[in-house]
Design a protein around this ligand. Sequence first.
Ligand SMILES: Nc1ncnc2c1ncn2[C@@H]1O[C@H](COP(=O)(O)OP(=O)(O)OP(=O)(O)O)[C@@H](O)[C@H]1O
Length: 236
Amino acid sequence: MSFSSSPVVSLRDVAIYQDSNTILSNVNFDIEKGEFVYLVGRTGSGKSSLLKTLYADLSFLTGTASVAGFMINKMPRQQVPFLRRKIAIIFQDFQLLFDRSVADNLFFVLKATGWKDKAKMKQRVSEVLMRVGLNAAGSKMPHQLSGGEQQRIVIARALLNEPLILFADEPTGNLDPMVANEIMQLFLEINNSGTAVLMATHNYEIINRYPKRILKCENGKVLDSKVNEFNLINGF
Ligand SMILES: Nc1ncnc2c1ncn2[C@@H]1O[C@H](COP(=O)(O)OP(=O)(O)OP(=O)(O)O)[C@@H](O)[C@H]1O
């Protein structure tokens, strides 16, 4: 298989623990470049633990996993920032820096990820703001924006370094249904331009409206709609 067609995420027989409790075991799946996948399951079933494992915030001893070309099971801690430059992570709570403008929030990330050329940085900031439909928001402070707008800025920030995959943990959880739908549209656009998405969600409406492959955490295992038949409604 050539490098360009290798999956962006590949897990083989992975077991995930929190303290000494097994949360998920025998986890096996691939996510291809540009794929869109939902991650579902009841509260406490292990969705966040799985995502944390994938962005190297939770280590594991059993099994092998590669994410964006990094073998994360044997990755030294010093390499984590290099992985993080190839991926993007979006949470439910927006996690912007509230002491600086929207543009400065974005510059902060560019600087931290090694960008030096001021003109290119400015250009990139306006590109990502344009991408999320907030090109005029650069000079605003985060608290001057609505929740949905703040989440758009978080998405713009996630796009700065053109990630191979976007991990999102309940990204629409704090938003009203209409805004949640707009944010979902944005994820779909990002996905259409080639970034894979793995999105944990409890939002049935969105899943029903935009059906995609589903991974489901249940009874300590990860089921895959590509492989297993399962009833979505009973899963929540
Ligand atoms: N930092 C931690 N230390 C110990 N146990 C944890 C920790 N984080 C989560 N757990 C436990 O791991 C299990 C899985 O939690 P996780 O947060 O992955 O579930 P989830 O499916 O994301 O839930 P939710 O839908 O509520 O976000 C739960 O039993 C939880 O109590």
